[in-house]
Design a protein around this ligand. Structure first.
Ligand SMILES: *[C@@H]1O[C@H](CO)[C@@H](O)[C@H](O)[C@H]1NC(C)=O
Ligand SMILES: *[C@@H]1O[C@H](CO)[C@@H](O)[C@H](O)[C@H]1NC(C)=O
Ligand SMILES: *[C@@H]1O[C@H](CO)[C@@H](O)[C@H](O)[C@H]1NC(C)=O
Ligand SMILES: *[C@@H]1O[C@H](CO)[C@@H](O)[C@H](O)[C@H]1NC(C)=O
Ligand SMILES: *[C@@H]1O[C@H](CO)[C@@H](O)[C@H](O)[C@H]1NC(C)=O
Ligand SMILES: *[C@@H]1O[C@H](CO)[C@@H](O)[C@H](O)[C@H]1NC(C)=O
Length: 798
């Protein structure tokens, strides 16, 4: 969601066309358990759709249109304290009052809650039918605002491949969100990483639709768990439907692809989530698909999403997406035209960061029967979420409960645990690591190098200011704690990490690079931190000093600025060097970089990422993260992901040549491929058994394997199962992940791992909208990554 660019609509007529019953004569029953009343919408014993229906019948036209939008930012911020502008608030509230959001991430939950409670109470008191707001917020690293546990980003948590642990983390995040009154989150983002240039990749889980579906579905199930009174704790928003390879890797750019591509490559996480978790809300993407912006794409929203995929929840817009139909895409002639077209396509709620948005213009159309029916439908869908989450019935959250819930010891411990499994070790030459704590280097000192060393790079949806220590330790801080302040020699090495790095600035960096080289030589061990990105949506977000996060795609996949020069200079000294990447993206790691003794990706940090890295360097924690996204081999070689189509694997004429770039990953050499990650121990897999079993009416494929820890330290391995039908009616990827499981093994231990049975039905795909399962020969691969050398194949006839 983009939060900048103000929309200003001038001369908006606030049409007052009365409609609907306007009596409100029952004040007695405000959701006390079991309370029944003559007004069914206040009767907490009735199901949400009944209550929504009843309330709808009592609402005026303006009240209905008001529910179609909300007040995205109730507060501003000044020096980390909330600022409230009554005039701005009332202006928005008069026409948009369905939801409300907290605003800037720099404000703290403890300051915000009492202020928000007052606004909520005031709204309930003053609105004729006592319709409460629902608080909506993004939730990637936990709480959107400050004061909660700061978990690592989505790409980091997915790199753990640990679904049960992830579920516990989302429980913690959910409870912290609920404690500040948030009943609706704008997550999970189940978009699939296919283009390394997209700056939002760190918000996503990975490049494989099955893995993304697993994480996304668990997220929704956990958020939407019911409390003991039957209320949904927090409504989740699955997003962004539908988003594929944006033109040029740009997030909001158009995408191409027909129905089979949408349903088979992009929609699997939606299909799974809809079948297993029923997300209450879905955000429509910014993408233009086949010439039609998604916010007006009736075909994809109705025929595909609703009819084929069976989605039943609310359809909401992305921030500003409806105004953009008029201001950017030019498929509408006015804001009102945009509103009518979006509403007609099926959009039911508008998210707009500022100004009046577009749906407010519907106020002038209260006599148009078609519009009235569509608005009724939309408002009913939205009210159902409000009733389902209990906000008409439950008391407002208290400060005491907030204090008891956020940053609970258990949440912090879960955070440490998932962070330890989120860091991926990509190289460890000749077992260089772990370091000995008694003598980390010949001098006992370590040079900590790079701007990203003293920086908390959590992505733009996390509250931390990158230099604010209240949000955790930087890598440098953690090094000082572990090795002693005097043993850590710090050098920034570059003055800046900007992409458009002027030659004269590079010249200026020669002194900084020389300083880094000097410290590396003095210490005898260098740890270099390189990355991309820059903080949250605070003011620094807009100064162009960034290469990553929402709104910032990158054409060059190397390290921005003079960072590669810095690394090369350190490596040229011959001093043993460990590279740690800190970013929501992958980079091209060239031959120079491969001289590093060890390489890690730490992705988007949580508050304990520095500590976890130090534990790993010292061998106190054995790394167990695995890539959920393949590293690019070159700036221009696509496709990058492991699950390309077989016919993509061709060169020029007849046999592939090195000069044909459309040869996946330049001769399929990607060693840092999906599913790959190193450990301090080695594992082997034997007794692989893939067989057909009859699960009653349904045929199933069962997979078991013996996993052995062959080394002398405990560790965790991820068993991965891939498959492909030998022949299929439409072209299918060279292989697809279908199951995975993480196992914990003591040194020398073996375990038999039985993966969940795979119903044969699950091996299907869509052909022109119809689910199809191929009969015939299949290959199943079992192993520790998607790389050929890590897999064992079994052929099976189904
Ligand atoms: C409050 O909001 C109003 C309306 O948007 C604006 O004109 C005014 O300048 C704001 N006041 C302050 C103190 O920012
Ligand atoms: C809302 O109404 C209740 C009951 O009449 C009253 O106690 C409370 O002070 C009011 N709150 C606000 C913020 O208006
Ligand atoms: C964190 O991991 C440790 C080691 O596996 C485990 O003993 C502990 O119970 C975990 N903590 C939580 C809160 O799950
Ligand atoms: C590194 O850069 C930061 C931010 O520009 C600056 O505050 C700090 O003093 C620099 N540290 C060193 C050792 O040069
Ligand atoms: C690695 O990349 C950097 C920056 O693009 C370049 O200066 C350097 O020459 C490259 N080294 C090798 C060995 O490719
Ligand atoms: C899909 O199934 C429907 C109903 O079963 C059928 O009418 C239609 O022809 C099928 N489409 C294709 C492309 O097979």
């Amino acid at each position: 969601m983009l939060t900048f660019s103000k929309i200003v609509i001038t001369g908006l007529a606030l049409c007052q066309i009365g409609q609907g019953a306007q009596t409100d004569n029952n004040q007695d029953c405000h959701g006390e358990p079991g309370c029944t009343t003559s007004e069914p919408y206040l009767d907490s014993t009735l199901p949400p759709f009944r209550r929504a229906d009843d309330l709808l019948g009592r609402m005026t036209w303006e009240e209905k249109v008001g529910q179609l939008g909300g007040i995205r930012r109730a507060f501003g911020t000044s020096n980390g304290k909330p600022v409230f502008n009554r005039t701005a608030y009332e202006t928005t509230r008069s026409t948009q009052n369905g939801q409300i959001g907290y605003g800037p991430q720099a404000n703290w939950a403890e300051d915000l809650l009492p202020l928000m409670n007052e606004l909520r109470e005031e709204q309930i008191n003053s609105s004729r039918l006592h319709i409460p707001y629902i608080i909506v917020a993004d939730s990637i690293n936990g709480l959107w605002v400050s004061g909660g546990t700061v978990f690592p980003g989505s790409i980091s948590m997915a790199s753990s491949w640990n679904l049960p642990l992830f579920e516990e983390v989302i429980q913690a995040s959910r409870d912290e969100n609920a404690a500040v009154g948030i009943n609706w989150v704008l997550s999970p983002e189940v978009d699939i990483i296919k283009d390394p240039r997209n700056g939002r990749n760190g918000e996503m889980y990975g490049e494989d639709s099955y893995l993304v579906g697993e994480f996304g579905t668990r997220y929704i199930k956990t958020m939407q768990e019911k409390d003991d009174r039957g209320y949904v704790k927090i409504a989740a928003t699955i997003k962004h439907f539908v988003f594929g390879l944006g033109s040029g890797g740009v997030n909001r750019a158009s995408m191409f692809g027909g129905l089979n591509h949408i349903l088979n490559d992009l929609a699997p996480p939606y299909r799974k989530a809809i079948q297993e978790a029923q997300p209450l809300s879905l955000m429509v993407s910014y993408s233009t698909v086949d010439g039609v912006p998604m916010s007006v794409n009736k075909h994809i929203l109705q025929d595909v999403l609703r009819n084929i995929l069976g989605y039943k929840g609310l359809l909401m817009s992305d921030a500003n997406a409806i105004p953009q139909l008029f201001t950017e895409a030019k498929v509408a002639r006015s804001h009102q035209d945009a509103a009518i077209k979006a509403l007609s396509a099926g959009l039911e709620h508008e998210l707009n960061p500022a100004g009046t948005g577009s749906f407010t213009t519907l106020r002038c159309l209260g006599k148009d029967k078609r519009i009235v029916d569509l608005v009724d439908h939309a408002v009913r869908a939205f009210l159902e979420i409000k009733f389902a989450t209990g906000i008409f019935d439950l008391p407002l959250p208290t400060t005491q409960h907030l204090t008891e819930t956020v940053r609970k010891a258990k949440h912090l411990e879960l955070n440490r645990n998932i962070t330890r499994e989120s860091i991926v070790m990509l190289q460890n030459q000749d077992g260089f690591l772990p370091l000995s704590k008694r003598k980390v280097s010949p001098t006992g000192k370590v040079a900590v190098i790079g701007q990203y060393a003293d920086f908390i790079n959590s992505g733009n949806y996390a509250p931390p200011a990158p230099y604010d220590r209240r949000y955790g330790r930087s890598f440098l801080d953690s090094f000082k704690v572990a090795f002693g302040k005097d043993n850590v020699l710090h050098a920034n090495g570059t003055s800046t990490v900007l992409p458009n790095y002027a030659e004269d600035a590079k010249e200026k960096d020669q002194a900084a690079i020389a300083d880094a080289v000097d410290k590396a030589k003095r210490a005898g061990l260098a740890v270099v931190f390189l990355g991309s990105g820059f903080g949250n949506f605070g003011p620094e977000y807009f100064n162009n000093e960034r290469t990553d996060n929402e709104g910032w795609a990158h054409a060059d996949l190397g390290f921005p600025g003079a960072q590669q020069q810095l690394l090369d200079a350190v490596l040229d000294t011959g001093v043993p060097t460990v590279l740690v990447m800190a970013a929501g993206q992958t980079f091209v790691l060239n031959r120079s970089t491969s001289r590093c003794k060890a390489i890690f990706h730490s992705w988007l940090a949580g508050e304990y990422t520095g500590d976890a890295l130090v534990e790993i360097l010292l061998g106190e924690t054995n790394p167990s993260g695995k890539l959920t996204v393949t590293f690019p081999e070159a700036n221009g070689a696509f496709p990058v992901a492991y699950d390309f189509l077989p016919s993509d694997d061709v060169g020029g004429f007849g046999t592939a040549t090195l000069y044909d770039w459309h040869w996946p990953q330049l001769t399929r050499k990607a060693k840092l491929a999906f599913g790959f990650g190193l450990s301090y121990t080695t594992f082997s897999m034997s007794d692989v058994n893939v067989y057909l079993s009859d699960g009653g009416a349904e045929q199933k494929v069962s997979v078991s394997v013996k996993v052995t820890n062959d080394g002398d330290v405990a560790g965790k391995e991820v068993v991965q199962v891939y498959f492909r039908p030998k022949y299929s009616i439409i072209e299918r990827p060279v292989m697809k992940l279908i199951r995975f499981a993480k196992v914990d093994l003591a040194a020398g231990e073996s375990k038999y791992v039985q993966l969940d049975d795979i119903p044969v039905e699950e091996l299907g795909f869509y052909v022109d909208g119809n689910w199809t399962v191929e009969e015939g020969d299949y290959s199943f691969w079992v192993g520790s990554s998607s790389r050929e050398e890590d897999l064992q194949v079994t052929e099976l006839s189904l």
